[in-house]
Write a protein that binds this ligand. Structure first.
Ligand code: NDP
Length: 486
């Protein structure tokens, strides 16, 4: 079948327009459902990186001085444009990532538009505080940081560009965004739409490239902040590089999150939560609840329902809206997942469902359920970032919480129970940045999202993101005579 044209006008978007430098290394864009090359972009050369940063520096001061209501209006217009172009953007996201159109129509450009609309609404509501010291007083104002760098992972390219860009722009910053080189197409559309909505040139630039381009951006002295979505090892490198110049950082990193299913839970809801938290986007979601702890007495019932629900998986052309399960985004990620499955088998895991590469072109791995596991096994300890659910059992609440927390990660967690007090007790005992009770993986723009422990620093979305893209300046006001020793 003929795929829609995915070749962008040019590789980068700088100073309000597409920009090209074919001296940069060519990067093929591969449609994961078939493995065919659908576009080519070029990695940013040092000249491109410099142009992007220079235009951001030029544009930022005027933007910071712009009435915040006007800044918000631009973002809200961009949200409307994204919604109006949702189908076109969703098809491109599907081509870029392989995620089924059934998902991208509701979870990518729409989530990006939500962020633009939410932060557009908040732009005019950035306030400080005032303090009284006898007659004297002090107040704080929130100042934009300047030029911020966003670096994205490949699983949610549109959403990540908007979750970082919207709060940065709402608070008067400029952003240079580097998508993952695996999924370079959609951030260019976000830049195009922002310009169409009236954003002045230079405030949201997109440059392509691999880690070395991200590293060049991270260490440039013109950059005040780096917001990364990526793995823990990359997060450690980027945070260390940023620390050299004491830059601000937000780190949205990986996880190995737990879901505790108690015996009083609504079993259908718990199974649905586990499916959403393991197989949506073929498991390529940072906050996935990949360690599903089921209370011993309900394990057989849980597994029965889970297996029967897996009968509803529909694989096929991701552009067909009836398809609800797509390929892995890259061949390399498929190989990582298959290696993990080999390791799990060799360590004694039982493959209760799935477990193999799907016999079709492209990068497909079956939705997989592993059982007969112990907490020490590799598949239970390491992030796999694929459609692999590890099901374990627990006896009681204390044991469940202790084992859920026995990990260096701390991104997310979930609990399914009908006991209200236990739900809140367990939620607050989780060492995780985001916890869902009787739900999983929903992330509305008004809710802070981010990790604790090795899973990250800072929060995206909600008012907290506004704090992370501004800094307080304190101003002391002397109202009386100045006393001095001599
Ligand atoms: P990586 O960590 O491999 O890459 C993330 C981004 O960082 C990419 O754009 C990458 O470029 C870039 N990068 C790599 N090295 C450097 C460097 N030294 N300096 C600056 N930038 C660099 O992650 P993946 O793209 O493989 O994404 C999967 C990971 O992301 C998983 O661990 C997942 O859990 C996590 N994630 C976290 C989320 C969260 O919100 N907490 C959400 C989504 C994913 P390139 O790829 O071009 O080399």
């Amino acid at each position: 079948m003929t795929l829609p044209n995915a070749q962008p006008t040019a590789s980068h978007f700088i100073d309000g327009d597409y920009a090209e430098d074919t001296a940069g290394t060519p990067i093929p864009v591969i449609y994961p459902a078939t493995g065919e090359t659908i576009a080519t972009v070029h990695a940013a050369t040092p000249a491109i990186v410099d142009r992007a940063l220079a235009s951001a520096v030029r544009a930022q001061a005027d933007w910071a001085a712009t009435d915040p209501t006007e800044r918000g209006r631009v973002l809200r217009r961009a949200a409307d444009l994204m919604r109006a172009r949702n189908r076109e953007l969703s098809e491109l996201e599907t081509l870029d990532t392989g995620k089924p159109l059934q998902e991208t129509l509701v979870a990518d450009a729409t989530s990006g538009a939500d962020a633009l609309e939410y932060f557009g609404g908040l732009a005019a509501d950035v306030t400080g505080t005032a303090m009284q010291f006898g007659g004297d007083w002090a107040y704080t104002i929130r100042r934009p940081l300047g030029v911020c760098v966003g670096i994205g992972a490949w699983n949610y390219p549109t959403q990540i560009a908007c979750w970082k860009g919207a709060p940065a722009l709402a608070t008067g910053n400029a952003m240079v965004f580097k998508p993952s080189e695996m999924t370079p197409l959609c951030a260019l559309k976000v830049a195009e739409i922002l310009i169409e909505a009236g954003l002045p040139a230079g405030l949201f630039n997109v440059v392509q490239g691999l880690g070395e381009v991200g590293a060049a951006l991270t260490t440039d002295p013109r950059v005040a902040k780096v917001s990364l979505t990526g793995s823990v090892p990359t997060g450690r490198k980027v945070a260390a590089a940023a620390a050299g110049e004491m830059k601000h950082v937000t780190m949205e990193l990986g996880g190995k999150s737990p879901i505790l299913v108690f015996e009083d839970a609504d079993l259908d809801d718990a199974v649905s939560g586990a499916i959403n938290g393991n197989f949506y986007s073929s498991g390529q979601v940072c906050s996935n609840g990949t360690r599903v702890f089921v209370q011993e007495s309900i394990l057989p019932a849980f597994l029965d329902r889970l297996k029967s629900r897996l009968g509803g998986v529909v694989m096929g052309d991701p552009l067909d809206e009836a398809v609800n399960f797509g390929p892995m985004t890259t061949e390399a990620q498929m190989d990582i997942v298959l290696r993990h499955l080999d390791t799990a088998r060799s360590e004694g895991a039982t493959v209760a469902a799935g477990g193999t590469r799907v016999d079709r072109e492209g990068f497909w791995v079956e939705p997989t359920v592993l059982t007969d596991l112990s907490d020490e096994m590799t598949c239970v300890r390491e992030e796999i970032f694929g459609p692999v659910m590890s099901v374990l059992t627990f006896k009681n609440e204390a044991e469940g919480i202790a084992r859920a927390n026995a990990t260096d990660f701390g991104l997310s967690a979930g609990v399914f129970t009908r006991d209200l007090a236990r739900a809140h007790r367990v939620a607050s005992a989780f060492e995780a940045g985001t916890v869902w009770i009787n739900q999983y993986n929903l992330t509305p723009a008004g809710m802070p999202f981010g990790g604790s422990k090795a899973s990250g620093i800072g929060r995206e979305n909600a008012r907290m993101a506004m704090d992370h893209f501004t800094e307080a300046q304190t101003i002391y006001v002397g109202m009386g005579k100045v006393e001095a020793a001599f």
